[in-house]
Write a protein that binds this ligand. Structure first.
Ligand SMILES: [Zn+2]
Ligand SMILES: [Zn+2]
Length: 166
């Protein structure tokens, strides 16, 4: 039996993880604590369940958000990484290298759902490059985000050179 392996990590790459096997489920949580913890309208979370989770780079920092829950994040870049309760651990869905492979199947905390969330898909949409006249920096933007796959070294060596410009 060959279990499916997924990888992911924080935006800067200081934290990386590996998940082997199918997670329990993928969800979004509308509760006020998740809104705060993610700085977002709701939190996308993948419950690990029986899958095997390994942290392959770096160490999380934690905020104890209640007597039952702590939340792990990258201390270097601030990416929310985990929700950890007595009944298990969940990983932020957007931190997976391939978040499209884990579509949410349930919503939690809907009593706190923000009133406009159900209408987001009706908003007018724009591609990034449509805004290039208003934001010319888009033409030569250089991403410092970790790529969506595991890497040998962190941070990349060429980053040090670039750093002295800012
Ligand atoms: Zn980071
Ligand atoms: Zn929540």
């Amino acid at each position: 039996m060959s279990d499916i392996v997924r990888t992911g990590g924080c935006q800067c790459g200081a934290i990386r993880f590996r998940l082997e096997g199918e997670p329990k489920d993928s969800s979004i949580c509308h509760c006020r604590m998740c809104q705060k913890a993610f700085g977002a309208y709701y939190a996308p979370l993948v419950a690990v369940g029986e899958a095997e989770l390994a942290w392959t780079r770096g160490e999380l920092k934690y905020f104890q958000s209640s007597n039952h829950v702590r939340r792990g994040f990258c201390a270097d870049c601030g990416t929310p990484m985990t929700y950890e309760a007595d009944d298990g651990i969940a990983i932020s869905a957007g931190s997976f290298d391939d978040p499209a492979s884990l579509p949410p199947v349930v919503q939690y905390g809907i009593e706190a759902k923000l009133p406009f969330v159900d209408r987001l898909h009706q908003l007018p949409g724009r591609h990034t490059m449509e805004d290039i006249e208003a934001a010319p920096f888009l033409a030569d933007v250089v991403s410092y985000q970790h790529p969506d796959h595991d890497t040998e070294t962190w941070p990349p060596e060429n980053r040090q050179k670039e750093k002295k410009h800012d």
